[in-house]
Design a protein around this ligand. Structure first.
Ligand code: HEM
Length: 375
């Protein structure tokens, strides 16, 4: 079906009088996420639906609580933390776990579920930055590690609350403690109890060794004076959720696209061979073609394909769309990666070169040219 929406925004009318707006217009996205940020919140429906799992963690927070968590979390993304993360956590997860498993599978012609492998890889990495804890989920035996399994079930079950044709049916099931809601309660308890045991251990560790620099997010929050275990648990759960499926989905699509586009794989291998010098972090910085390929992969298959906010007050978007107070409005990265006006008529093609331009100084050298972040 081709939907004709010249301003890239439309309203979906759903049963029971629910309305939801969707936009793929970059100016509207900038308006929602930056210039009029305070008017576009997570909103009550979202917050109440996710509260049992996410509590008041950053994914389920607005206002001052959101701001505080955002400020502390942002340290995890500065250059120093990222370098440390890449050179210690990711590098050892690659060298000691992912690569040996793949090498062994290749040598013995074993078929692997690569998506499962990449989810395990992402889970180990993100637990190490969130908690400073290694769940060792990516092992050759493919263990059913309890925390990882409970976390995965909790994400699936809480997401089902949004998918039901009859909204709020989950509330009835929860009140009666039956079916998926009964199961959800069990797995959420398991996740939270486990998180709390790690927090207790970490508190103890920090008291014993006050001079040690905090690198993981949990130590950072505990060192900033926040010792309430429920709140710190909320924080850690949102962070694991943020990093777990996003990175594994990004990598799964990336390798699937490489498999279907061998000419890109050849270019990538060439770049890796040409840039293997210096530390891992330095090497990665110079790999412009790989950077372009990852952007191109996430353009076509964004790990967060749609993100929904709720309008606090009446508003008018830059494209002229009127947004009534309380409306749920989603920006849609999956649709945005398919806009002909932005990407051209070859938007369907996986073409990393669209993110590169020739560097003037040397022939055959490329420079990465990004888009503005809202596009
Ligand atoms: C390919 C990987 C990733 C993608 C595509 C991605 C994408 C996104 C998107 C679309 C949002 C919502 C932004 C908004 O609504 O304003 C978000 C939020 C967030 N992400 Fe990621 N993410 C990725 C990886 C990660 C990782 C690895 C971490 C942490 C280890 C992380 C931590 C967060 C946090 C804490 C937030 C909440 C920010 C806030 O509410 O202010 N993300 N991410």
């Amino acid at each position: 079906m081709v939907l004709c929406t010249p301003n890239l925004t439309f309203t979906l009318y759903r049963p029971f009088g629910y309305r939801q707006m969707f936009t793929a217009n970059a100016a509207n996205v900038q308006h929602m996420l930056k210039t009029h940020f305070s008017n576009y919140r997570k909103g009550d429906v979202f917050r109440k639906t996710l509260k049992d799992f996410l509590g008041d963690g950053i994914f389920n927070a607005d206002g001052d609580n959101w701001k505080f968590q955002r400020q502390v979390s942002s340290h995890e993304f500065n250059t120093r933390s990222l370098r440390n993360f890449v050179e210690t956590v990711v590098d050892s997860e690659l060298a000691d776990r992912l690569i040996p498993i793949l090498k062994n599978a290749a040598a013995n012609k074993i078929v692997l579920d690569f998506q499962d492998i990449l989810q395990r890889f992402a889970f180990d990495n993100v637990c190490k930055i969130a908690f400073g804890y290694d769940p060792a989920y990516l092992l050759p035996s493919l263990p059913q590690e309890r925390f990882a399994v409970a976390f995965g079930s909790a994400v699936t079950l809480i997401s089902e609350r949004f998918n039901s044709n009859i909204p709020f049916i989950w509330k009835i099931k929860r009140a009666l403690n039956v079916g998926s809601e009964k199961q959800l309660k069990i797995v959420v308890n398991e996740v939270r109890e486990f998180a709390k045991s790690i927090i207790k251990e970490k508190k103890h560790e920090l008291q014993e060794n006050t001079s040690k620099e905090s690198v993981d997010l949990l130590s950072r929050f505990l060192s900033s004076g926040h010792s309430d275990e429920d709140f710190v648990t909320d924080i850690v759960i949102s962070f694991i959720l943020a990093g777990r499926d996003t990175t594994s989905a990004a990598l799964t699509w990336f390798f699937w696209l490489l498999y279907n586009n061998p000419e890109v794989e050849i270019e990538i291998l060439k770049e890796i061979k040409e840039t293997s010098e210096g530390t891992v972090y330095e090497e990665v910085k110079d790999m412009v073609y790989i950077h372009a390929s990852l952007c191109e992969s996430m353009r076509l298959y964004p790990p967060v394909p749609v993100d929904t906010k709720s309008a606090v007050n009446h508003d008018v978007l830059p494209d002229g769309t009127v947004v009534k107070k309380g409306t749920r409005i989603s920006y849609h990265p999956y649709a945005m990666g398919r806009v002909v006006k932005v990407w051209g008529s070859d938007w369907k093609d996986f073409r990393p070169r669209r993110w590169l331009e020739a560097a003037e100084e040397a022939a055959g050298k490329w420079r990465f040219v990004g888009k503005d972040s809202f596009t």
